[in-house]
Write a protein that binds this ligand. Structure first.
Ligand code: HEC
Length: 163
């Protein structure tokens, strides 16, 4: 009797397992994949998301007058932009790498000078130029609805930006 009961339990267990685990993938398998998506192309939005975080931290550093930290995030931003140029030179017919050279990268020269001078006001002016260039490129690439701001009103990070 004991053997039969435990056998029954195993049978019920196996059936439940089959029902839950094996049935799951048959329900609309692959439905979450966007139609015609190119899985080999790196996702530009994800790379931009990283650039947004670095820009936000650059802004918070500049706003705190922390030239050393601003210098760090400036270099990280430049690295990320070069990575974008290499990995997604074109996106939906838009010349991303070219626009990065023309619009995106130039304002970082003034940021470099401001950081070297450890001048908070110049860092903030350079930051505004950087933010404007982000938005100029979003407009140029048919994404004018993606609008970047300074975002220095509050610090959402568990990190200090004070010098
Ligand atoms: C070379 C042009 C170009 C430059 C320069 C540029 N972007 Fe973008 N960005 C784009 C394009 C194109 C998209 C839309 C990508 C998509 O459709 O997946 C985008 C999307 C975004 C997004 C939406 C993705 C998300 O995670 O929410 C953010 C945020 C963003 N960019 C931030 C920035 C910031 C910050 C800068 C400036 C430091 C910047 N971008 C500079 C072209 C650019």
């Amino acid at each position: 009797m004991r053997v039969r009961v435990s056998t029954l339990f195993i049978l019920v267990g196996v059936s439940l397992y089959a029902l839950i685990v094996l049935q799951a993938p048959t329900h609309g398998a692959g439905k979450l994949e966007p139609v015609g998506s190119d899985v080999t192309q790196p996702e530009l939005a994800l790379l931009m998301g990283d650039l947004q975080r670095l820009t936000h931290k650059l802004a918070l550093s500049a706003d705190a007058g922390n030239a050393e930290l601003a210098n760090f995030y400036m270099y990280e931003s430049l690295e990320q932009m070069k990575k974008i140029q290499t990995e997604v030179p074109e996106y939906e017919g838009q010349p991303v790498a070219l626009l990065m050279d023309r619009l995106g990268l130039p304002p970082y020269a003034a940021m470099q000078e401001a950081v070297n001078a450890k001048d908070k006001q110049r860092m903030l002016n350079a930051l505004d130029a950087v933010v404007q260039s982000c938005n100029a490129c979003h407009a140029a690439t048919l994404h004018p609805f993606i609008r970047i701001t300074r975002g220095t009103e509050v610090n959402p990070f568990n990190q200090s930006f004070q010098p």
